[in-house]
Design a protein around this ligand. Sequence first.
Ligand code: FMN
Length: 343
Amino acid sequence: MKHLFTPYEIKSLSLKNRVVMPPMCQYSVTAKDGIANDWHYTHYVSRAVGGAGLIIIEMTDVEPDGRITDYDLGLWSDDHIPALARIVDAVHQHGAKIGIQIAHAGRKAEDAELPVAPSAIPFDENSKTPRALTTEEVEQMVEKFRLAVRRAVQAGVDTIEIHGAHGYLIHQFVSPLTNKRSDKYGQDRALFGTEVIKAAKSEMPAHMPLIMRISAREYVEGGYGINESIAFAKEFQEAGVDLFHISAGGEGQIAAAGRPGTHAGYQVPLARAIKEALKVPVIAVGRLDDPALANSVIGNEDADLVAVGRGMLRNPYWALEAATVLHKEIDAPRQYERGFPRD
Ligand SMILES: Cc1cc2nc3c(=O)[nH]c(=O)nc-3n(C[C@H](O)[C@H](O)[C@H](O)COP(=O)(O)O)c2cc1C
């Protein structure tokens, strides 16, 4: 029977276990011009030492004003590649695989003088009113995603994750609340996302899997629910997504109101629904830091992989500890073996 520490393979991505560190912005005030620094190096490499199978680098943006804050990472120039390549190499040395989340914050770019979005609708009363992108600018934005993916591949990542969740730009195009356009990107709200997926795929080696993170429901009145998200995820799957990372409205709700559930495993039913409807592998995420619960998500075939976010912020060795608690085999670094005794 499959469990959290059963290896997993999809295309060329071969993972030693099913524990994923999901993307988490570090808002690191020492980060300059979107370039990863020693903080990011220590942060990601520690989780590789700690036994995670797959690490996904935080939201990394395709242009300066695509960042939530000026302290976020970017991939809008070749200058960003060496620092990421250094992290990728070190993570590989510790036996983990690594991907990166490629994104644009759209109207939620807090430090942008004038954020851009599908339509000129602010996030809430405290946010700037964004400028609606022209059709031509949306087409150029697809190109910016393509170039960022090219640079990520040059940095040596094993997979790419497109950020289509949490009320950021791709989600803003999908949502009926934020996309009031009348051009082709309004007539088909999934179009921008599918074009980004195809552009990403055009830069990725054929054997490299593409992950997409989506919000499977919005938790707000007038927003979409699971049936709509199954429909647009199907379009994304047809465009080339190999693996979905199932989140929901989440900390960045599409509108200011509405709250996600906060019970353990609150997004697992959504992951299972997408997996069953589309016959596609999925990553489940959201308060899964109890090892027995995370293990049951795999054992019950609710999802193929489990991501643990805040649990890994608290404990970089979450995977090693979970294996110890669950009595599963895992190779702790030799230096730490006595901290994680086997039965
Ligand atoms: C500090 C922090 C930063 C985050 N940044 C991102 C991000 O860059 N991209 C993203 O898709 N989700 C982001 N998230 C959401 C997490 O990836 C994850 O989905 C969420 O924390 C729920 O999982 P958890 O209960 O295991 O923490 C962030 C969460 C935290 C706590």
